[in-house]
Design a protein. Structure first.
Length: 566
């Protein structure tokens, strides 16, 4: 799938800032002095934007995500503004200071200007987790104040910053008051549960930089944010959970207890059945200029929602998933609740693996097992109904088949397995993708081939057809239909708008004509299949976000047509 300008991708000279609370340096000798303090004020944004100035109204404080305490800075670049937030701090001449901060989200810079010597800056690419940035500077002989700043980059996603530190000799302005032990959090709320895990969330506590989670009186987790998932639990068992708040001054008393009970069965029970004719939409877990949605906002026409994307780890075959803060969820628990709500409404929510920029290497027995284990763990943790295979950098049919077989054994018969190969990957039954689809045909839900970004291709009659036409859709679908896939396993994948892909956008009327041609034998172009395929599964689009950007024109037109196929 095309995820150009994905929020976690480095796009060039832009960057991120940030600075954390770590102890640093430091006076002129390079040794920490007793008088060294954090000379930044309102360093954790607990007092809103007091002491900070952000360009063009780009800054605001938010309660989630936060690194410590109850607030953090969110700064959003727009137009020609890079969301620069500054503070002038009092410093001592001829002294060395460590500048640090914690950042998350889009690209961000952290820096200091007016040092009287060499101004400094540092940056990091966008990240879905809190990352500490740090640099140092030395003041000039006559320097008594320095401007420290953060900023993002033009046209990129918002960045978050928290716990800024400018650590060194007191320049006369003093420091924020020393922290006190935070208050106890409220009782945690129990979210999604599986047979081996319980999701928890709680309200942030002012002054806290972290939280400890207790299960039946024993500490089991330490986290920075206000949510966590406790794993490794026994099925059909009740547990008592409490939370404490921590900072450098100590740990609070425990919260009131909350009871969470795991489900009685393993796997991923309760997946709704995919309807006979289904509409599939990819949901973007990043901000690339399309409408930002929460899962609850995904249009009701979509029967299968593919969450894009899982990420690979350093272990071959293993995948993980990180919720991007750019999507705007207050907590992971809220995201899981949205998945559960969609499933309750009869929708299937699967996690997509790969995409334009992603790749997962499955080329050995060990990597096949790692994929199956990690994919199943994500299904259990988040409630995903299954997986979507959107690997666009080559696959090994032998080992991907083994991986999917193992996953099926773990997840059971309710597994939803979808694929989104490129057109070139399904030109004949000898390709690795086609071989994989046929090898897992008995557990395969649908193949939504991407009929875009390909140029002209061969149809099943050996003729060349131009991208974007009824003939292109029908003649290429015919290859799959005549190559061994059941009609119920074939869907037409197209962009939701002209901005959704580099090429191959198809007006919804053409998609409807192609569906009619394949399922009913009507509204065909110059190519007409030798027979009809009334069980044709339906259609897919990239993406629900681009669909929303275009006023839901695609799903409003194609969705009812799919659902009314014979």
């Amino acid at each position: 799938m095309d995820r150009t300008t994905r929020a976690r991708r480095w796009l060039g000279a832009g960057l991120a800032l940030a600075v954390g609370t770590g102890l640093g340096l430091i006076g002129t000798t390079g040794t920490a002095q007793a008088a060294d303090v954090n000379v930044a004020k309102n360093a954790g944004f607990e007092s809103g934007l007091a002491n900070w100035t952000c360009t063009a109204g780009s800054g605001a404080t938010v309660s989630s995500p936060v690194h410590g305490g109850a607030s953090a800075l969110k700064a959003t670049p727009a137009g020609q503004d890079n969301a620069k937030c500054t503070q002038t701090v009092s410093v001592k001449p001829n002294s060395t200071y460590t500048l640090s901060a914690w950042v998350q989200g889009g690209y961000a810079y952290l820096g200091a200007s007016g040092t009287g010597t060499n101004d400094v800056s540092t940056w990091t690419p966008g990240t879905g987790n809190w990352t500490r940035l740090s640099t140092s500077f030395t003041t000039g002989a006559g320097t008594t104040s320095v401007t420290v700043y953060t900023h993002g980059w033009y046209g990129q996603a918002a960045y978050y910053a928290d716990d800024v530190s400018v650590f060194g000799p007191d320049g006369g302005g003093g420091s924020d008051p020393d922290p006190v032990v935070p208050a106890a959090p409220g009782a945690p709320a129990v979210g999604a549960v599986t047979s081996s895990s319980v999701a928890l969330s709680w309200g942030a506590v002012s002054g806290a930089t972290g939280y400890n989670v207790y299960r039946d009186g024993a500490k089991v987790l330490s986290v920075n944010g206000s949510s966590a998932t406790v794993t490794g639990l026994a099925a059909n068992t009740s547990y008592q959970f409490q939370v404490t708040a921590t900072n450098s001054a100590g740990e609070s008393a425990k919260s009131a207890a909350a009871t969470g009970k795991t489900s009685s069965t393993g796997g991923n029970p309760g997946n709704p059945a995919v309807p006979k004719h289904a509409l599939t939409g990819y949901w973007q877990n990043f901000n690339n200029g399309a409408t930002v949605q929460k899962l609850r906002d995904v249009q009701a026409q979509y029967d299968i929602i593919a969450v894009s994307f899982a990420d690979s780890t350093a272990t071959p075959g293993q995948i993980t998933f990180t919720l991007d803060p750019a999507v705007g969820y207050a907590s992971v628990a809220d995201f899981k609740a949205d998945i559960a709500a969609k499933k309750s409404a009869g929708k299937s929510v699967v996690v997509s693996v790969g995409g334009e920029k992603g790749n997962v290497t499955i080329n050995s027995d060990a990597s096949a097992t790692a994929f199956a284990n990690s994919a199943h763990a994500l299904m259990q943790e988040y409630g995903f109904s299954g997986v979507d295979i959107d690997l666009e950098h080559g696959i090994n049919a032998t080992y991907l088949t083994k991986a999917l077989r193992q996953l099926s054994q773990k997840a059971g018969s309710s597994l939803v397995l979808t694929m989104a190969p490129q057109t070139i990957d399904m030109q004949n039954t000898g390709t690795e993708y086609f071989k994989t689809a046929l090898a897992v045909k008995d557990i395969l839900t649908v193949v939504n081939m991407q009929y875009y970004n390909s140029g002209s291709m061969l149809g099943c009659d050996g003729r060349v057809y131009s991208q974007g036409s009824v003939d292109f859709l029908t003649a290429l679908a015919c290859i799959q239909l005549e190559g061994g896939l059941d009609a119920s396993q074939v869907g037409l994948g197209v962009p939701a708008s002209t901005r959704g892909a580099g090429s191959g956008y198809v007006d919804p009327s053409i998609v409807k004509n192609a569906l009619d041609c394949l399922a009913r034998g009507t509204n065909c172009g110059s190519f007409k299949p030798a027979k009809t395929y009334p069980a044709l599964r339906g259609a897919m689009t990239w993406s629900t976000n681009w669909d929303a950007t275009a006023g839901n024109a695609w799903s409003n037109a194609v969705g009812p047509h799919v659902h009314n196929l014979p």
